[in-house]
Ligand binder design. Structure first.
Ligand SMILES: Cc1cc2nc3c(=O)[nH]c(=O)nc-3n(C[C@H](O)[C@H](O)[C@H](O)COP(=O)(O)OP(=O)(O)OC[C@H]3O[C@@H](n4cnc5c(N)ncnc54)[C@H](O)[C@@H]3O)c2cc1C
Length: 455
């Protein structure tokens, strides 16, 4: 096997992967199509361009999962994090950066690295040698076609349709109840797979009014090409008629409210389990283009969700991503073509930091393999491990949608108070545990064992 690693796409993930692999002594060729071929969102020819916000979000590594991911990445010598800190702007607890100098500095560091060659070209076919595909949410059409030909059309999405995701322990179960419609399912677990929130007629009418009045986000110019009717936002369904939702995702049939069995709800909002741990639930059919502030207030009108905390809010965006839980192994390799790894947003993570984190890991995994070593699995207790575990197996494959890092992806710390009150102690326990596990993993990585299967 060739010892040169090819990385396609020089965004957040590809830049980080190149840096990590090159620092491990592997020759890297980084293929980036910009500026020759552009996208509707990028403006420059720099690597690691921030296409929209200039923030890497919270930098709080004790109380916030994304801040923890910053911490883990910095401890692993991340080019994205170190350069972000060097170009930091005042932004309270957030890590905001001066975007152009940041991207130019990442580009300069990668260009100057003796193990990295940057080639300005669009890649249109899947290569045969060791490769990381990190072409992001706006992967060019020809390469997307080549990926779809390999994975099957159904395993590659061109839009996300994200319904809000709620932390299970913030749902008020004195109002909501567990039941699948018509009690369907072989096992008790399946018959109780959904959480149901009942609405009276007044609740429903007020909810529809709020949906119609809420502030919405517009699509970017050029973003809707290829958008189809199959994943309509709930507010658009409501615009089509006040009863549409009650006959669609909010239909109240096949369900009995054990808190009030004699009264049929006028409408029911259903939540479906979103991860194997059972810590996260998505609101079924509630993909939306409402602005985040509006979403929080509108969704808290749902009885049972009045105190809900959201692991992520809904959205619909142009976003090319693969069904990682079915396609990738735990080394981020394509099962059908293990010479190819995927990294970044195309794996179904969401956001600059998460994308760069998956680049960091893919770069290290690929480098180790090329050196004939196998890295131990990243502990799920770390932010990095929680995220990679989610995309390569923890998430429900059938309803897989892009995910931010959040504490709902972590195995619970036993013996701590659930709910809002215990949150501060719980998050501190998560982050302390993660830091210890990450530090140990980095230490063990340094002593990685030779692999019998690697080239
Ligand atoms: C409009 C828009 C707004 C966004 N806003 C935010 C935000 O505010 N905050 C946030 O955290 N995230 C945001 N995101 C998500 C953001 O894109 C990702 O978080 C992050 O940039 C993904 O990193 P990546 O490396 O996977 O992809 P990218 O950073 O997009 O990098 C992929 C690179 O691959 C290149 N490429 C594509 N196809 C090919 C090919 N065939 N050959 C060679 N090169 C190719 C592209 O030119 C690009 O440079 C936004 C996304 C979009 C589309």
């Amino acid at each position: 096997m060739s010892k040169t690693l090819h990385i396609i796409g020089g965004g957040m993930a590809g830049s980080e992967a190149a840096w990590q692999a090159a620092n491990a002594g592997i020759p890297v060729v980084l293929h980036e199509m910009r500026p020759t071929v552009g996208t509707f969102a990028h403006r420059t020819g720099s690597l690691a361009e921030m296409v929209c916000s200039n923030s890497f979000r919270s930098d709080d590594h004790e109380q916030n999962a994304v801040g923890l991911l910053h911490w883990e990445m910095r401890n692993a010598g991340s080019i994205i994090m170190d350069t972000a800190y060097a170009h930091r702007l005042p932004a309270g607890g957030a890590l905001a950066v001066d975007r152009d100098p940041f991207a130019e500095a990442v580009t300069a560091k990668l260009r100057a690295h003796p193990n990295i060659t940057i080639v300005g070209e669009e890649i249109t076919a899947l290569p045969d040698g060791p490769t990381i595909i990190a072409t992001g949410p706006l992967t060019s059409g020809a390469l997307a076609n080549a990926i779809a030909a390999e994975t099957g059309q159904d395993a590659l999405a061109f839009f996300d349709a994200i319904a809000p995701i709620v932390y299970a322990d913030t749902i008020d179960m004195s109002i909501a109840w567990e039941q699948s419609r018509y009690d369907k399912g072989e096992t008790l677990e399946e018959q109780r797979a959904y959480i149901n929130c009942p609405m009276t007629r007044d609740d429903y009418e007020a909810f529809i009014d709020a949906l119609l009045a809420a502030d919405k986000t517009e699509f970017h110019e050029g973003e809707t090409a290829g958008y189809f009717d199959g994943c309509l936002p709930i507010e658009v369904m409501a615009e089509r008629g006040r009863e549409t939702l009650r006959h669609g995702p909010m239909k109240p049939v096949g369900l009995t409210n054990p808190h009030n069995p004699t009264v049929k709800p006028w409408a029911v909002v259903q939540l479906r389990r979103d991860n194997a741990l059972g810590t996260l639930y998505n609101i079924v059919g509630f993909q939306t283009k409402m602005k985040y502030g509006a979403q929080t207030s509108v969704f808290k009108m749902i009885p049972g969700l009045q105190d809900a905390s959201f692991a992520r809010l809904g959205g619909i965006h142009r976003n090319t991503f693969i069904n990682s839980p079915t396609l990738l192994d735990d080394q981020m390799r394509l099962r059908s073509r293990p010479n190819i790894r995927f990294a970044g947003q195309i794996t179904g993570v969401e956001g600059y930091v998460e994308s760069a984190a998956m680049g960091l890991l893919a770069g290290r995994l690929a480098a180790a393999e090329l050196k004939g070593e196998t890295l131990p699995p990243v502990p799920q207790e770390t932010a990095m491990g929680a995220l990679v575990h989610h995309i390569t197996g923890g998430a429900e494959a059938k309803t897989f949608q892009p995910m931010n890092v959040n504490f709902g992806l972590f195995p619970p710390v036993e013996g701590l108070k659930a709910g809002r009150r215990g949150r501060k102690d719980r998050y501190k326990a998560y982050t302390d545990r993660a830091k210890a596990a990450w530090t140990a993993w980095l230490g063990r990585e340094a002593e990685a064992k030779p692999s019998s299967s690697a080239a």
